[in-house]
Design a protein around this ligand. Structure first.
Ligand code: SF4
Ligand code: SF4
Length: 179
């Protein structure tokens, strides 16, 4: 075996040994305080780490804001958004005006078995209907059950965090999450 591989192997084993001793002796083998003591992992699901506030966990839908424009479904590179709607009459905006035709949403499913979390759908939605939620506990025993419907996507709206203020000097208005 060339020497370069031997060095790499020893280096890798050293990292493994260091992590192992940190896990077995969280307070350190010596009395010296260590900023990185303890295991690097947690015992999920008994222990849970809080994800970063704007983590891309899952996509939530604000159904009232969706106009069934289909832009997100057409932009999705994985074709994993399924939308169906119908048109219906709505009362005029002002007294004496003409009745309006509006689109109503019948189906809005995302297949998370196909989604690659690129965020294009969230970016292109012109009506503030899609948002990232840091929620991540939606695994399913059957891959077919990863197709989630508008009811489930709507429930995730509660877990969407508010937008944080932008950096000092920014003149862009901070977006608001519709509640
Ligand atoms: S782009 Fe937005 S408004 Fe249009 S269908 Fe998708 S979620 Fe609804
Ligand atoms: S995050 Fe990307 S892949 Fe997933 S549904 Fe949106 S556009 Fe499609």
């Amino acid at each position: 075996m060339p020497d370069i591989y031997g060095k790499g192997l020893l280096k890798g084993l050293g990292v493994t040994f260091r992590e192992m001793t940190k896990t077995i002796f969280p307070d350190g083998m010596t009395k010296r305080p260590s900023p990185t003591k303890g295991a690097a992992t947690v015992q999920y699901p008994h222990e849970k780490e809080a994800p970063a506030p704007r983590a891309r966990g899952v996509i939530a839908l604000k159904e009232d804001n969706c106009t069934v424009c289909m832009l997100c479904a057409r932009s999705c590179p994985d074709w994993c958004i399924y939308i169906e709607g119908h048109e219906e009459k709505a009362p005029p905006r002002r007294p004496g005006g003409k009745p309006r035709t509006v689109s109503a949403l019948d189906r809005f499913d995302i297949d998370y078995a196909l989604c690659m979390y690129c965020g294009i759908c969230v970016e292109v939605c012109p009506f503030d209907a899609l948002f990232w939620s840091p929620e991540y506990e939606y695994s399913e025993p059957r891959i077919a059950d990863l197709l989630h419907d508008k009811t489930r996507l709507g429930e995730w709206m509660e877990t969407v965090p508010d937008f944080e203020p932008y950096e000092a000097g920014s003149e862009v208005k901070v977006r608001k999450v519709p509640r």
